[in-house]
Design a binder for this molecule. Structure first.
Ligand code: TXA
Ligand code: MG
Length: 321
């Protein structure tokens, strides 16, 4: 793959010039790989939608390399947003704020708001800095498919639809950022993610509620997303698993932590049962499993707290038919 390059200083500079010229660059963040373009260039942003096969009604996250940069993109930064940016940036938190006219409508899919985030990855931060522009970037996967945690995965699924893919190894967190919308003194959770919502609530001292408003359409609200082609089943009990074993020839069982005495093909999502490790391994294990010819992938659920919310959110959407 000619476009798959190690993320050296020289190649990051090359990638930055591709961004400036309106091209597409896939790059690592601490969550997943992103597919980036100049967020202020409508023709460049259009290429993102095209490369992913992503519907135009689905807005993008704009990535910045400093807190100050946000001021050029949004009408106002509410006090609570300031607190969250201070506390959690750079990191896996995206804030949805009122958009300024500097951001083209295609970037926000016509919404009056814009999603902003400062990623905690040196390569991402350098790429944004050297480009000199904010970078719009969804996850670097074909629309609806498993999100990429390695550069190889980007190369295998998007290939030459991307001008440059910067390779900096496996991403650390493995699930996308948590998205919070702050409006009229209230905080809404649009997507659980790499930053546990409990930590956000503690920082601003108020409840972050699930958002149920109809006007914002996020993949977060699409029922099926992040999906392998192989059928995925979330188990409610061991009986469920043995039923699948009776019905299908090749069943892969995914368990959150090591267990003994289970017959059949098993993979552990972590060595220790640590949810951070489960999140970090989740998409790459689903991706590999999807290419291994199983009839069905069965997975045992994790408790729905902390990172467990993001993990179960991705699993439910991946399992939806
Ligand atoms: O960790 C991440 O967030 C990764 C890395 C690359 O930064 N990016 C990512 O982007 O997950 P994407 O496009 O796969 O998901 C972005 C989500 C979508 O659900 C989109 O609808 C929502 O953000 N979103 C973007 N702008 C929005 C807005 N103005 N209002 C509500 N939701 C928005
Ligand atoms: Mg995505």
């Amino acid at each position: 793959m000619r476009n798959l390059l190690p993320a050296t200083e020289e190649n990051i500079r090359l990638a930055a010039s591709v961004i400036r010229e309106g091209g597409l660059v896939a790059f690592p963040t601490e969550t997943v790989y992103g597919l980036g373009a100049d967020a202020l260039n409508p023709r460049a942003v259009a290429k993102i939608y095209e490369a992913k096969g992503r519907p135009r009604f689905d807005p993008l996250i704009v990535h910045v390399a400093s807190r100050e940069e946000v001021l050029r993109l949004v009408e106002e930064v509410p006090e609570e947003a300031r607190i969250l940016m201070e506390r959690f940036w750079p990191g896996p938190l995206t804030l949805v704020l009122p958009r300024r006219d500097t951001v083209p409508p295609i970037t926000t899919a016509g919404l009056p708001t814009v999603a902003v985030r400062m990623p905690a990855h040196p390569v991402a931060l350098k790429l944004i800095r050297y480009s000199g522009v904010p970078i719009a970037a969804p996850s670097a996967n074909p629309f609806g498919y498993v999100s990429p945690t390695t550069a190889r995965q980007v190369a295998e699924t998007l290939g030459d639809r991307v001008d440059v893919i910067l390779d900096a190894g496996r991403t650390r967190i493995g699930v996308e950022s948590t998205i919070v919308m702050l409006t009229e003194g209230k905080a809404y959770l649009l997507r659980p993610g790499g930053l546990p919502v409990e930590e956000i609530e503690r920082a601003i001292g108020k409840e972050v509620r699930p958002y149920s408003g109809g006007e914002v359409l996020s993949p977060g609200t699409l029922k099926r997303h992040y999906s392998p082609r192989t059928r995925l089943v979330i188990l409610k009990s061991w009986e469920d698993y043995y039923r699948l074993r009776g019905r299908y020839r090749r069943v892969l069982l995914l368990l959150p932590s090591p267990a003994y005495g289970v017959e059949g093909e098993v993979r552990f999502l972590s060595e220790s049962g640590d949810l951070g490790e489960v999140a970090a391994n989740l998409f790459s294990i689903l991706y590999e499993a999807d290419r291994s010819g199983y009839d069905v992938i069965a997975v045992m659920p994790v408790p729905e707290e902390g990172l467990g919310r993001a993990i179960m959110n991705r699993l439910r959407k991946a399992a939806a038919r």
